[in-house]
Unconditional design. Structure first.
Lengths: 142, 80, 142, 80
Protein backbone atom coordinates (compact mmCIF):
# COMPACT_ATOMS: atom_id res chain seq x y z
CA UNK A 1 0.00 0.00 0.00
CA UNK A 2 1.54 3.33 -1.00
CA UNK A 3 2.25 5.89 1.71
CA UNK A 4 1.61 8.83 -0.61
CA UNK A 5 -1.40 9.29 -2.84
CA UNK A 6 -3.05 11.89 -5.02
CA UNK A 7 -6.81 12.12 -4.85
CA UNK A 8 -9.07 13.59 -7.53
CA UNK A 9 -12.01 13.67 -5.13
CA UNK A 10 -12.46 15.03 -1.62
CA UNK A 11 -11.37 12.53 1.01
CA UNK A 12 -11.96 11.81 4.67
CA UNK A 13 -8.88 11.79 6.93
CA UNK A 14 -10.44 9.34 9.42
CA UNK A 15 -9.51 6.12 7.57
CA UNK A 16 -5.98 7.43 6.96
CA UNK A 17 -5.58 8.01 10.68
CA UNK A 18 -6.99 4.53 11.38
CA UNK A 19 -4.25 2.94 9.24
CA UNK A 20 -1.63 4.49 11.53
CA UNK A 21 -3.09 3.16 14.79
CA UNK A 22 -0.47 0.94 16.37
CA UNK A 23 -0.25 -0.57 19.84
CA UNK A 24 3.41 0.43 20.07
CA UNK A 25 2.64 4.06 19.23
CA UNK A 26 2.08 6.59 21.99
CA UNK A 27 1.97 9.64 19.76
CA UNK A 28 0.31 10.73 16.55
CA UNK A 29 0.69 14.08 14.80
CA UNK A 30 -1.31 15.24 11.81
CA UNK A 31 -1.26 18.24 9.54
CA UNK A 32 -3.98 19.42 7.19
CA UNK A 33 -3.84 22.13 4.56
CA UNK A 34 -7.22 23.75 3.93
CA UNK A 35 -8.25 26.06 1.09
CA UNK A 36 -8.26 29.56 2.56
CA UNK A 37 -10.62 32.30 1.42
CA UNK A 38 -7.69 34.67 0.92
CA UNK A 39 -4.04 34.64 -0.09
CA UNK A 40 -1.50 37.43 -0.21
CA UNK A 41 -4.20 39.98 0.56
CA UNK A 42 -6.56 38.84 -2.22
CA UNK A 43 -10.00 37.24 -1.77
CA UNK A 44 -9.93 33.72 -3.20
CA UNK A 45 -12.94 32.03 -4.76
CA UNK A 46 -11.52 28.54 -5.17
CA UNK A 47 -8.56 26.75 -6.63
CA UNK A 48 -7.35 23.94 -8.78
CA UNK A 49 -4.34 21.71 -8.22
CA UNK A 50 -2.61 20.18 -11.21
CA UNK A 51 0.04 17.50 -10.84
CA UNK A 52 2.57 15.71 -12.96
CA UNK A 53 0.97 12.55 -11.66
CA UNK A 54 3.64 9.94 -12.46
CA UNK A 55 6.46 11.97 -10.92
CA UNK A 56 4.39 13.37 -8.03
CA UNK A 57 3.50 9.85 -6.90
CA UNK A 58 7.13 8.73 -7.06
CA UNK A 59 8.50 11.81 -5.32
CA UNK A 60 5.79 11.73 -2.65
CA UNK A 61 6.57 8.08 -1.97
CA UNK A 62 10.29 8.89 -1.69
CA UNK A 63 9.56 11.64 0.86
CA UNK A 64 7.48 9.32 3.04
CA UNK A 65 10.12 6.57 2.85
CA UNK A 66 12.83 9.10 3.77
CA UNK A 67 10.75 10.28 6.74
CA UNK A 68 10.47 6.70 8.01
CA UNK A 69 14.27 6.42 7.77
CA UNK A 70 15.16 9.79 9.30
CA UNK A 71 12.77 9.89 12.24
CA UNK A 72 11.81 7.45 15.00
CA UNK A 73 8.31 7.01 13.66
CA UNK A 74 6.26 3.86 13.12
CA UNK A 75 4.43 4.93 9.99
CA UNK A 76 3.38 7.96 7.99
CA UNK A 77 0.89 8.77 5.25
CA UNK A 78 0.14 11.71 2.98
CA UNK A 79 -2.70 12.39 0.57
CA UNK A 80 -2.83 15.46 -1.68
CA UNK A 81 -5.90 16.60 -3.58
CA UNK A 82 -5.79 17.47 -7.26
CA UNK A 83 -8.53 19.02 -9.40
CA UNK A 84 -11.00 21.74 -8.37
CA UNK A 85 -11.33 22.64 -4.69
CA UNK A 86 -13.75 24.97 -2.93
CA UNK A 87 -12.97 27.23 0.03
CA UNK A 88 -12.60 25.21 3.22
CA UNK A 89 -11.83 21.93 1.45
CA UNK A 90 -9.05 19.67 2.58
CA UNK A 91 -6.08 20.08 0.20
CA UNK A 92 -3.46 17.90 1.86
CA UNK A 93 -3.30 15.55 4.84
CA UNK A 94 -0.17 14.27 6.59
CA UNK A 95 -0.11 11.89 9.56
CA UNK A 96 2.69 10.19 11.48
CA UNK A 97 2.61 7.75 14.39
CA UNK A 98 5.56 7.32 16.74
CA UNK A 99 6.58 6.10 20.16
CA UNK A 100 6.97 9.67 21.39
CA UNK A 101 5.62 13.08 20.45
CA UNK A 102 8.92 14.64 19.42
CA UNK A 103 9.38 12.29 16.48
CA UNK A 104 5.70 12.47 15.50
CA UNK A 105 5.73 16.29 15.33
CA UNK A 106 9.13 16.56 13.65
CA UNK A 107 8.35 13.99 10.98
CA UNK A 108 4.92 15.45 10.26
CA UNK A 109 6.39 18.93 9.82
CA UNK A 110 9.26 17.65 7.70
CA UNK A 111 6.92 15.72 5.40
CA UNK A 112 4.65 18.68 4.66
CA UNK A 113 7.66 20.94 4.08
CA UNK A 114 9.21 18.46 1.65
CA UNK A 115 5.93 17.81 -0.14
CA UNK A 116 5.44 21.54 -0.64
CA UNK A 117 8.93 22.05 -2.00
CA UNK A 118 9.54 18.84 -4.00
CA UNK A 119 6.35 17.29 -5.31
CA UNK A 120 5.28 18.51 -8.78
CA UNK A 121 1.88 19.93 -7.89
CA UNK A 122 0.78 23.42 -8.88
CA UNK A 123 -1.92 25.64 -7.44
CA UNK A 124 -4.13 27.71 -9.71
CA UNK A 125 -6.02 30.33 -7.71
CA UNK A 126 -9.28 31.90 -8.84
CA UNK A 127 -9.87 35.29 -7.27
CA UNK A 128 -13.18 36.87 -6.27
CA UNK A 129 -12.18 39.83 -8.50
CA UNK A 130 -12.53 37.53 -11.51
CA UNK A 131 -8.95 36.85 -12.53
CA UNK A 132 -6.91 33.73 -11.83
CA UNK A 133 -3.32 32.62 -11.91
CA UNK A 134 -0.74 29.94 -11.26
CA UNK A 135 1.38 30.16 -8.14
CA UNK A 136 5.03 29.70 -9.03
CA UNK A 137 7.01 30.82 -6.01
CA UNK A 138 10.46 32.10 -6.86
CA UNK A 139 13.06 29.53 -5.84
CA UNK A 140 15.44 30.63 -3.07
CA UNK A 141 18.58 32.22 -4.54
CA UNK A 142 21.50 30.14 -3.40
CA UNK B 1 17.70 14.85 -34.92
CA UNK B 2 16.09 13.46 -31.78
CA UNK B 3 12.37 12.78 -31.74
CA UNK B 4 10.73 13.07 -28.33
CA UNK B 5 7.61 14.15 -26.44
CA UNK B 6 7.52 17.23 -24.23
CA UNK B 7 4.95 17.72 -21.46
CA UNK B 8 3.93 21.10 -20.09
CA UNK B 9 2.32 21.91 -16.75
CA UNK B 10 0.71 24.89 -15.06
CA UNK B 11 1.76 28.25 -16.58
CA UNK B 12 3.92 26.53 -19.19
CA UNK B 13 0.90 24.61 -20.38
CA UNK B 14 -1.15 27.79 -20.55
CA UNK B 15 1.61 29.58 -22.50
CA UNK B 16 2.12 26.69 -24.92
CA UNK B 17 -1.62 26.19 -25.30
CA UNK B 18 -1.16 22.43 -25.04
CA UNK B 19 -0.26 19.80 -22.47
CA UNK B 20 2.18 17.89 -24.63
CA UNK B 21 3.68 17.82 -28.07
CA UNK B 22 5.92 15.55 -30.12
CA UNK B 23 8.86 17.24 -31.77
CA UNK B 24 12.30 16.83 -33.24
CA UNK B 25 15.26 18.69 -31.83
CA UNK B 26 18.91 19.21 -32.59
CA UNK B 27 19.60 20.68 -29.14
CA UNK B 28 22.66 19.05 -27.56
CA UNK B 29 21.12 18.98 -24.08
CA UNK B 30 17.87 19.56 -22.22
CA UNK B 31 18.88 23.13 -21.43
CA UNK B 32 19.13 23.82 -25.14
CA UNK B 33 15.81 22.09 -25.74
CA UNK B 34 14.13 24.42 -23.24
CA UNK B 35 15.75 27.44 -24.92
CA UNK B 36 14.29 26.38 -28.28
CA UNK B 37 10.83 25.93 -26.80
CA UNK B 38 11.07 29.16 -24.83
CA UNK B 39 11.46 30.98 -28.15
CA UNK B 40 8.69 29.00 -29.83
CA UNK B 41 6.11 29.43 -27.04
CA UNK B 42 7.25 32.64 -25.33
CA UNK B 43 7.75 31.01 -21.91
CA UNK B 44 8.37 33.65 -19.23
CA UNK B 45 10.00 31.30 -16.73
CA UNK B 46 13.81 31.30 -16.90
CA UNK B 47 15.50 27.90 -16.94
CA UNK B 48 17.02 28.62 -13.52
CA UNK B 49 13.52 28.47 -11.99
CA UNK B 50 12.70 25.10 -13.53
CA UNK B 51 13.54 21.48 -12.98
CA UNK B 52 13.51 18.92 -15.75
CA UNK B 53 12.36 15.32 -15.79
CA UNK B 54 12.85 12.52 -18.31
CA UNK B 55 10.50 9.54 -18.41
CA UNK B 56 9.01 10.42 -15.03
CA UNK B 57 12.25 10.96 -13.11
CA UNK B 58 14.15 14.13 -12.33
CA UNK B 59 17.05 14.63 -14.74
CA UNK B 60 20.03 16.96 -15.25
CA UNK B 61 19.93 19.91 -17.66
CA UNK B 62 23.16 18.79 -19.31
CA UNK B 63 21.76 15.42 -20.33
CA UNK B 64 21.32 14.91 -24.05
CA UNK B 65 17.75 14.50 -25.32
CA UNK B 66 16.98 10.81 -25.75
CA UNK B 67 15.05 9.37 -28.70
CA UNK B 68 11.43 8.53 -27.83
CA UNK B 69 11.76 9.91 -24.32
CA UNK B 70 9.19 12.02 -22.47
CA UNK B 71 10.67 15.30 -21.25
CA UNK B 72 8.82 17.44 -18.69
CA UNK B 73 9.69 20.96 -17.61
CA UNK B 74 8.73 21.48 -13.98
CA UNK B 75 7.81 25.04 -12.97
CA UNK B 76 8.25 26.04 -9.30
CA UNK B 77 5.79 23.87 -7.37
CA UNK B 78 3.01 25.17 -5.13
CA UNK B 79 1.27 22.19 -3.62
CA UNK B 80 0.24 21.95 0.04
CA UNK C 1 -18.06 26.51 24.77
CA UNK C 2 -14.93 25.51 26.68
CA UNK C 3 -11.74 24.89 24.74
CA UNK C 4 -10.51 22.22 27.18
CA UNK C 5 -12.50 19.27 28.43
CA UNK C 6 -12.06 16.06 30.37
CA UNK C 7 -13.91 13.03 29.08
CA UNK C 8 -14.84 9.98 31.14
CA UNK C 9 -15.67 8.02 27.99
CA UNK C 10 -13.81 7.37 24.76
CA UNK C 11 -14.35 10.15 22.25
CA UNK C 12 -14.12 10.70 18.51
CA UNK C 13 -11.74 13.43 17.32
CA UNK C 14 -13.74 14.13 14.13
CA UNK C 15 -16.30 16.53 15.67
CA UNK C 16 -13.50 18.38 17.52
CA UNK C 17 -11.68 18.91 14.23
CA UNK C 18 -14.95 20.04 12.62
CA UNK C 19 -15.33 22.81 15.22
CA UNK C 20 -11.97 24.23 14.10
CA UNK C 21 -12.82 24.42 10.40
CA UNK C 22 -12.61 28.06 9.37
CA UNK C 23 -12.60 29.69 5.94
CA UNK C 24 -9.71 31.93 6.97
CA UNK C 25 -7.60 28.97 8.09
CA UNK C 26 -5.11 27.40 5.73
CA UNK C 27 -3.48 25.09 8.25
CA UNK C 28 -4.53 22.65 10.93
CA UNK C 29 -2.27 20.63 13.21
CA UNK C 30 -3.38 17.92 15.58
CA UNK C 31 -1.73 15.76 18.18
CA UNK C 32 -3.03 12.58 19.74
CA UNK C 33 -1.67 10.62 22.67
CA UNK C 34 -2.46 6.93 22.46
CA UNK C 35 -2.11 4.28 25.17
CA UNK C 36 1.05 2.34 24.30
CA UNK C 37 1.52 -1.34 25.06
CA UNK C 38 4.82 -0.59 26.79
CA UNK C 39 6.50 2.12 28.84
CA UNK C 40 10.03 2.34 30.15
CA UNK C 41 10.75 -1.19 28.99
CA UNK C 42 7.72 -2.75 30.70
CA UNK C 43 4.73 -4.36 29.00
CA UNK C 44 1.61 -2.37 29.84
CA UNK C 45 -1.85 -3.89 30.13
CA UNK C 46 -3.89 -0.72 30.42
CA UNK C 47 -4.07 2.45 32.44
CA UNK C 48 -6.24 4.78 34.40
CA UNK C 49 -6.13 8.57 34.45
CA UNK C 50 -7.25 10.37 37.56
CA UNK C 51 -7.75 14.14 37.61
CA UNK C 52 -8.37 16.86 40.12
CA UNK C 53 -11.32 17.75 37.94
CA UNK C 54 -12.09 21.29 39.10
CA UNK C 55 -8.50 22.48 38.82
CA UNK C 56 -7.69 20.45 35.69
CA UNK C 57 -10.55 22.10 33.82
CA UNK C 58 -9.47 25.58 34.91
CA UNK C 59 -5.79 25.01 34.17
CA UNK C 60 -6.55 23.38 30.80
CA UNK C 61 -8.75 26.32 29.86
CA UNK C 62 -5.98 28.75 30.83
CA UNK C 63 -3.48 26.88 28.64
CA UNK C 64 -5.76 27.03 25.61
CA UNK C 65 -6.49 30.74 26.17
CA UNK C 66 -2.76 31.42 26.51
CA UNK C 67 -2.08 29.54 23.27
CA UNK C 68 -4.62 31.71 21.44
CA UNK C 69 -2.81 34.81 22.79
CA UNK C 70 0.75 33.65 22.13
CA UNK C 71 0.40 32.18 18.64
CA UNK C 72 -1.18 33.35 15.38
CA UNK C 73 -3.88 30.70 15.51
CA UNK C 74 -7.61 30.98 14.92
CA UNK C 75 -8.76 28.41 17.46
CA UNK C 76 -7.59 25.43 19.49
CA UNK C 77 -9.18 22.60 21.44
CA UNK C 78 -8.00 19.86 23.79
CA UNK C 79 -9.78 16.87 25.28
CA UNK C 80 -8.15 14.55 27.82
CA UNK C 81 -9.55 11.18 28.84
CA UNK C 82 -9.93 10.19 32.47
CA UNK C 83 -10.89 6.79 33.87
CA UNK C 84 -9.86 3.36 32.58
CA UNK C 85 -8.21 3.11 29.15
CA UNK C 86 -7.21 0.07 27.12
CA UNK C 87 -4.13 -0.27 24.91
CA UNK C 88 -4.54 1.75 21.72
CA UNK C 89 -7.18 4.08 23.11
CA UNK C 90 -7.05 7.81 22.56
CA UNK C 91 -5.81 9.48 25.76
CA UNK C 92 -5.54 13.10 24.67
CA UNK C 93 -6.37 15.11 21.56
CA UNK C 94 -5.09 18.60 20.68
CA UNK C 95 -6.00 20.56 17.55
CA UNK C 96 -5.19 24.06 16.34
CA UNK C 97 -6.22 25.94 13.21
CA UNK C 98 -4.22 28.85 11.82
CA UNK C 99 -3.55 30.91 8.74
CA UNK C 100 -0.20 29.21 8.23
CA UNK C 101 1.40 25.93 9.22
CA UNK C 102 4.13 27.39 11.43
CA UNK C 103 1.67 28.73 13.98
CA UNK C 104 -0.52 25.62 13.81
CA UNK C 105 2.40 23.27 14.56
CA UNK C 106 3.99 25.48 17.21
CA UNK C 107 0.74 26.05 19.09
CA UNK C 108 -0.24 22.39 18.96
CA UNK C 109 3.14 21.32 20.34
CA UNK C 110 3.09 24.00 23.02
CA UNK C 111 -0.39 23.02 24.18
CA UNK C 112 0.42 19.33 24.64
CA UNK C 113 3.67 20.20 26.43
CA UNK C 114 1.87 22.55 28.82
CA UNK C 115 -1.00 20.12 29.40
CA UNK C 116 1.49 17.40 30.27
CA UNK C 117 3.39 19.59 32.70
CA UNK C 118 0.64 21.70 34.29
CA UNK C 119 -2.74 19.98 34.31
CA UNK C 120 -3.42 17.87 37.44
CA UNK C 121 -3.96 14.51 35.77
CA UNK C 122 -2.16 11.36 36.89
CA UNK C 123 -1.50 8.15 35.05
CA UNK C 124 -1.82 4.82 36.82
CA UNK C 125 -0.24 2.04 34.76
CA UNK C 126 -1.17 -1.61 35.07
CA UNK C 127 1.61 -3.92 33.92
CA UNK C 128 1.29 -7.29 32.24
CA UNK C 129 3.45 -8.68 35.08
CA UNK C 130 0.58 -8.00 37.46
CA UNK C 131 1.73 -4.94 39.40
CA UNK C 132 0.66 -1.36 38.89
CA UNK C 133 1.77 2.10 39.87
CA UNK C 134 1.33 5.83 39.64
CA UNK C 135 3.62 7.82 37.38
CA UNK C 136 5.01 10.79 39.26
CA UNK C 137 7.90 12.09 37.19
CA UNK C 138 10.54 13.85 39.25
CA UNK C 139 10.30 17.59 38.70
CA UNK C 140 13.30 19.19 36.96
CA UNK C 141 15.81 20.47 39.50
CA UNK C 142 16.17 24.18 38.94
CA UNK D 1 -7.27 25.76 65.26
CA UNK D 2 -8.31 25.87 61.62
CA UNK D 3 -10.89 23.38 60.33
CA UNK D 4 -10.55 22.46 56.67
CA UNK D 5 -10.87 19.67 54.13
CA UNK D 6 -7.86 18.04 52.48
CA UNK D 7 -8.06 16.17 49.16
CA UNK D 8 -5.60 13.51 48.06
CA UNK D 9 -4.85 12.28 44.55
CA UNK D 10 -2.93 9.47 42.92
CA UNK D 11 -0.20 7.99 45.14
CA UNK D 12 -1.13 10.32 48.02
CA UNK D 13 -4.66 8.97 47.92
CA UNK D 14 -3.36 5.40 47.93
CA UNK D 15 -1.04 6.15 50.86
CA UNK D 16 -3.73 7.94 52.87
CA UNK D 17 -6.29 5.30 52.02
CA UNK D 18 -8.89 7.97 51.35
CA UNK D 19 -9.66 10.72 48.84
CA UNK D 20 -10.44 13.43 51.33
CA UNK D 21 -10.70 14.10 55.02
CA UNK D 22 -11.83 16.93 57.28
CA UNK D 23 -9.41 17.91 59.98
CA UNK D 24 -8.24 20.62 62.36
CA UNK D 25 -4.73 21.98 62.20
CA UNK D 26 -2.52 24.37 64.09
CA UNK D 27 0.04 24.53 61.27
CA UNK D 28 0.97 28.16 60.48
CA UNK D 29 1.11 27.54 56.74
CA UNK D 30 0.32 24.93 54.07
CA UNK D 31 3.89 23.64 54.16
CA UNK D 32 3.43 22.88 57.85
CA UNK D 33 0.07 21.25 57.14
CA UNK D 34 1.69 18.89 54.63
CA UNK D 35 4.43 18.07 57.15
CA UNK D 36 1.79 17.03 59.70
CA UNK D 37 -0.05 14.88 57.18
CA UNK D 38 3.18 13.38 55.88
CA UNK D 39 3.80 12.04 59.39
CA UNK D 40 0.23 10.86 59.84
CA UNK D 41 -0.03 9.03 56.48
CA UNK D 42 3.61 8.23 55.72
CA UNK D 43 3.67 10.12 52.41
CA UNK D 44 6.85 9.40 50.47
CA UNK D 45 6.70 12.48 48.25
CA UNK D 46 8.76 15.40 49.58
CA UNK D 47 7.04 18.77 49.63
CA UNK D 48 9.50 20.03 46.98
CA UNK D 49 7.88 17.66 44.46
CA UNK D 50 4.34 18.85 45.13
CA UNK D 51 2.17 21.81 44.36
CA UNK D 52 -0.65 22.93 46.57
CA UNK D 53 -4.10 24.26 45.70
CA UNK D 54 -6.75 25.97 47.81
CA UNK D 55 -10.41 25.96 46.75
CA UNK D 56 -9.53 24.78 43.25
CA UNK D 57 -6.73 27.25 42.50
CA UNK D 58 -2.98 26.89 42.81
CA UNK D 59 -1.72 28.47 46.04
CA UNK D 60 1.59 29.25 47.77
CA UNK D 61 3.09 27.00 50.44
CA UNK D 62 3.54 29.97 52.80
CA UNK D 63 -0.18 30.78 52.84
CA UNK D 64 -1.95 30.19 56.15
CA UNK D 65 -4.63 27.47 56.21
CA UNK D 66 -8.05 29.09 55.82
CA UNK D 67 -11.12 28.04 57.79
CA UNK D 68 -13.52 25.87 55.76
CA UNK D 69 -11.21 25.80 52.75
CA UNK D 70 -10.44 22.81 50.56
CA UNK D 71 -6.71 22.12 50.33
CA UNK D 72 -5.30 19.76 47.69
CA UNK D 73 -1.76 18.44 47.44
CA UNK D 74 -0.78 17.92 43.82
CA UNK D 75 1.77 15.18 43.12
CA UNK D 76 3.90 15.47 39.94
CA UNK D 77 1.43 15.20 37.07
CA UNK D 78 1.58 12.59 34.31
CA UNK D 79 -1.23 13.32 31.90
CA UNK D 80 -0.90 13.26 28.13
Amino acid sequence: MPRFALSEVSFDPAPLRAVLLDERAGAFAAFEGWVRNHNDGRAVDGLRYEAYVELAEKEGERILAEACERFAIHEARCVHRIGDLAIGELAVWVGASAGHRDAAFTACRWIIDEVKSRVPIWKHERYVAGDAGWLHPSPPTD
Amino acid sequence: MTRLTVRYFASLRDAAGLGEESLQTTAPDLRGLYAELQVRHGFALPVAHLRVAVNGDFARWDEAPREDSEVAFIPPVSGG
